[in-house]
Ligand binder design. Structure first.
Ligand code: ADP
Ligand code: MG
Length: 691
C-alpha cells in the first residue's frame, strides 16, 4: 500500500533507472508521480468486431448511431474512427528476421472474421501469447492489417486497451506502456488511509471511466490550486506589513509626472501613479498589483514609479519574463525618460554589471541575483507568474507586479488578498484595436500578396506572421520550429513568384527573418534588434511574441491556425500591432486538422463562429470569458495561458472555480488539501528554475 508522501523507492517496478529519469522531472514522491498527468486520452473504449472494423475503415461515415450516442455523452469527443478495441484470439504466430528487424506475424480471429497482424521488434510477444486466450487488441489499422497491436488478456480493468487510455509525455528512455503500468500499480494500491475522495481523484485522472470523470477530476485539481493560493495570500497578508520595510520615497507634489512625455497619460494611468506614489512614501513596503488589458500602458506607469524612486536617490529594478521584453522595456523607458540613468541586465550583459545610484535597472531574472548589490527601493515585476506569493523574504523594497490577467476585481482581491490593486481600465485615446479579418483558405494567398503590396508601398511598415501553434503539451518545441520553417518557405515561394511577375529587384524586396525559441539567445537578440532598427519587414515567429513585443511600428499580424489559440491569446497577439495608434490589421488563417468530412464540418463551424466573434469584440476580459464558455473543459486544463500568470491546473478565467474556492476557504479556515505538499514544493522549484 502506498501513501502519497512515500518516496518512489517503495513502488514496485521503480528501480534505479526509473528513479533517475523521474528525478530529472522533479518527481520524487508518490504524489509527484500521480500528478504527472496524461496529456490526453485515446478513446479505445469502443469494442468493434473485425468485420465492423473493416467496414468502417472503408467508408468515411461510421456507424452513425454509435457516433450520435457518443456525442451526447461528450461534446468534445473527437477522432472517432481512430481508436477501437477488438476482442480476438491469436493464431498462426510466426516470427522471422529481415536484416536486424524482428518481424512477428499472426492472424487475429473473432466470430466475424480474420485479420492479419504485424509487429516489429517485439521480442516478448511470443512468450506472452497463449492459445485459446481472449485478448483485447488495439492498434493501427492499415492496409487491412493491424499494426503494432497492443494485446491484453481480456479482464475487467485493462490499462492499455478497451478504455480511455492515458497518454503521457514521454519520460525517456521508457515506453508509454511502462509508464502506464506504473501509474496503474500506484493507483490500484493507494493506502485506504487516504480519503476516498483522493483515491477516486487519482483513479479518475489516470484511468477514467468516461470523459466526464476526467473533467471533474481536473476541476478538482484546479479548485485545490486556487484554494492553496487564497490561503497562501491570507498568510502573506498577515506577515507582510509587520515584517517588510522599505525606504520611504519623498514625492514632491509638483513632480508627480515627468515633463516632456511623448504622450498625455490617461486618467487611469494618473490615478495608478497617485496610488503607487502614496504607497512609496511609507516605510511599510508596498505590495501592489497593476492590472490592465493589453495596450493599456502599464510600462509607462512602472517607469514613472521607478523614476520617483531615482529622484529620491534610490535605485529601482524592473524584471521582465523574457529577454526580448526586457530589451523592449529598456528601449521604451529610454524614450520616455531620456535623461534617466538606465541599465539593461540580462544573462549576457550581467558580466559587465556596474553598480550605480539613482538608476533604473531593467532585465530578466538575472537581475534577481544582483539585488543585494543594487539595493533597489522599488522592484517591479512585469507579467510575473507568481505575484509575490513567493517573493524573497524581507526584500527591503517596495514591490509592484503588473499583469493583463483578465479576472474581475472582486475575485482578484480574494486570490491576491496580500496585494493592493490598481487598475488601468482605460485605453490611451489614440489607440484603436487592429481591424480583424477571418480569411477563408481560398483567399490566403491573396491576403499575403495584399500584405506584400502594403509593405512594398510603405517600406517603413512591419508585419508579424505567427505560425501554427502545435499543442504545447503534446509536441516538442521542435515541431513548432518545423512549422515556422515550413511557413517561411511557403512565404518565400509565393513572394518569389510575385517578385518575378512584377519584376521587383532584389534590393527592393521585403526583408524577412525567423524567430523561435530554438535560436541561440544571441541570434534572437540580433533578430529583435534588426526588427527595431527597421532592418526587417516581416518577422515569422512561433507564438513566443505573445508575451509582449512592443514594436511601435508593427502594423500587421497574420495568425495561422488561429482556431488553435484561445481567444485571450489571440487578443494578446492582436495587441502587438497598432501600438502608436496607427491603423493596423490582424488577419486570421485557419487549418482543418480533422479527418472525416463530418468532423470537419462540425468543428469548422464551431471554430469559425468563435473567430467571427473575435473579429468584432475588443474587450480582452469578455474574450477570456467567452473562451471559457466555448472551449469548456479544454480551458480548465489551463495550459494555454502563456503570457498570463501561470497556473498549473486552474485557469484565471474560470470564475466558477475561483468563486467556489473562495467559498470553501471562507467556510473552512483549516482546509488541508492533500495536494498542499506538491504546491509548496512546486513554488520552491519555480523559484530555483527562474534564476
Ligand atoms: P501594456 O499595458 O500592454 O504593457 P504598454 O505599456 O506596452 O502596454 O503600452 C502600449 C503602448 O501604448 C506603448 O507603445 C506605449 O508607449 C503607448 N502608451 C502608453 N501610454 C500611453 C498614453 N497615455 N497615450 C498614448 N500612448 C500610450
Ligand atoms: Mg506590457
Amino acid at each position: 500500500m502506498y501513501q502519497l508522501k512515500h518516496s518512489l523507492d517503495t513502488v514496485r517496478g521503480i528501480g534505479e533507472s526509473w528513479k533517475k529519469a523521474l528525478a530529472k522531472k522533479n518527481i520524487h514522491t508518490v504524489l509527484d508521480f500521480l500528478l504527472y498527468l496524461p496529456l490526453h486520452y485515446e478513446d479505445r473504449s469502443r469494442i468493434f468486431s473485425i468485420a465492423q472494423l473493416k467496414r468502417f475503415s472503408n467508408s468515411v461515415i461510421i456507424d452513425q448511431d454509435q457516433l450520435k450516442n457518443k456525442d451526447k455523452q461528450n461534446k468534445d469527443y473527437q477522432s472517432k474512427q481512430d481508436f477501437f478495441t477488438l476482442i480476438v484470439q491469436v493464431k498462426d504466430y510466426s516470427q522471422y528476421y529481415k536484416g536486424r528487424l524482428l518481424i512477428s506475424r499472426a492472424t487475429l480471429v473473432d466470430k466475424s472474421g480474420e485479420l492479419p497482424a504485424i509487429w516489429f521488434n517485439n521480442k516478448f510477444l511470443k512468450t506472452k501469447l497463449k492459445e485459446g486466450q481472449d485478448y483485447y487488441a488495439s492498434g493501427q489499422f492499415k492496409n487491412n492489417s493491424l499494426l503494432q497491436a497492443k494485446l491484453e488478456a481480456v479482464a475487467k480493468d485493462s490499462p492499455h486497451t478497451a478504455r480511455l487510455v492515458p497518454i503521457y509525455s514521454q519520460i525517456s528512455p521508457f515506453k508509454q506502456g511502462s509508464l502506464r503500468r506504473l501509474q496503474k500499480e500506484i493507483v490500484d494500491h493507494l493506502s485506504p488511509q487516504h480519503l476516498f475522495q483522493a483515491l477516486h481523484l487519482f483513479q479518475a485522472l489516470h484511468f477514467p471511466k468516461n470523459s466526464q470523470e476526467i473533467i471533474q477530476a481536473r476541476e478538482q485539481l484546479a479548485l485545490e490550486e486556487i484554494i492553496f493560493l487564497i490561503d497562501k495570500a491570507k498568510k502573506l497578508k498577515k506577515t507582510w506589513e509587520s515584517k517588510n520595510l522599505a525606504p520611504s520615497i519623498e514625492i514632491k507634489k509638483q513632480n508627480l509626472i515627468p515633463e516632456n512625455l511623448p504622450f498625455t497619460l490617461t486618467n487611469a494611468q494618473q490615478q495608478a501613479i497617485t496610488e503607487i506614489t502614496n504607497d512609496l512614501k511609507k516605510t511599510a513596503a508596498m505590495n501592489r498589483l497593476l492590472i490592465g488589458d493589453v495596450g493599456s500602458g502599464k510600462t509607462a506607469v512602472a517607469a514613472i514609479a521607478a523614476w520617483h524612486s531615482c529622484l529620491a536617490g534610490h535605485n529601482a529594478v524592473l524584471v521582465a519574463p523574457t529577454q526580448i521584453l526586457a530589451q523592449q522595456h529598456f528601449q521604451t523607458i529610454q524614450k520616455l525618460l531620456p535623461k534617466q540613468k538606465l541599465y539593461l541586465v540580462t544573462a549576457q550583459t550581467s558580466k559587465n554589471f556596474k553598480k550605480d545610484s539613482a538608476s533604473i535597472y531593467v532585465g530578466t531574472h538575472a537581475l534577481i541575483n544582483k539585488l543585494e548589490d543594487i539595493k533597489p527601493a522599488l522592484i517591479i515585476y512585469d507579467e510575473q507568474h507568481r505575484f509575490g506569493t513567493k517573493q524573497r523574504q524581507n526584500p527591503q523594497a517596495h514591490l509592484l507586479s503588473m499583469t493583463a490577467t483578465p479576472i474581475p476585481r472582486s475575485l482578484m482581491l480574494t486570490i491576491f488578498a496580500h496585494l493592493q490593486t490598481s487598475i488601468l481600465d482605460e485605453m490611451p485615446a489614440n489607440r484603436q484595436m487592429a481591424k480583424t479579418w477571418l480569411v477563408p483558405k481560398s483567399k490566403e494567398e491573396n491576403a499575403i500578396i495584399w500584405l506584400a503590396e502594403q509593405l512594398l508601398k510603405s517600406p517603413d511598415k512591419q508585419a508579424f506572421i505567427v505560425c501554427p501553434f502545435i499543442d504545447p503539451s503534446q509536441h516538442s518545441a521542435l515541431e513548432n520550429v518545423a512549422a515556422v520553417k515550413d511557413s517561411l518557405k511557403q512565404l518565400e515561394v509565393l513572394l518569389g513568384k510575385y517578385y518575378q511577375e512584377k519584376q521587383i529587384k532584389k534590393t527592393k524586396q521585403i526583408k524577412i527573418a525567423l524567430l523561435h525559441s530554438r535560436l541561440k539567445k544571441q541570434e534572437q537578440e540580433e533578430v529583435i534588434e534588426k526588427l527595431y532598427n527597421k532592418g526587417l519587414q516581416i518577422l515569422v515567429s512561433t507564438p513566443m511574441i505573445e508575451l509582449g513585443i512592443d514594436l511601435p511600428s508593427a502594423d500587421f499580424i497574420i495568425i495561422q491556425a488561429a482556431e488553435r489559440f484561445g481567444l485571450a491569446s489571440l487578443h494578446q497577439l492582436r495587441g502587438r500591432v497598432g501600438r502608436i495608434g496607427q491603423e493596423s490589421f490582424c488577419i486570421l488563417f485557419t487549418t482543418n486538422p480533422l479527418k472525416t468530412e463530418d468532423d470537419r464540418a462540425k468543428i469548422k463551424q464551431k471554430s469559425q463562429e468563435r473567430l467571427k466573434i473575435f473579429c468584432q469584440e475588443k474587450d480582452g476580459f469578455k474574450l477570456a470569458q467567452l473562451d471559457l464558455q466555448q472551449r469548456g473543459a479544454g480551458d480548465i486544463f489551463g495550459n494555454a495561458q502563456s503570457g498570463f500568470n501561470k497556473l498549473q491546473f486552474a485557469s484565471w478565467t474560470n470564475l466558477k472555480i475561483i468563486k467556489e474556492a473562495k467559498k470553501i476557504s471562507e467556510q473552512d479556515q483549516h482546509y488541508q488539501s492533500i495536494l498542499t505538499p506538491y504546491f509548496e514544493k512546486r513554488e520552491f522549484l519555480a523559484e530555483i528554475n527562474d534564476n
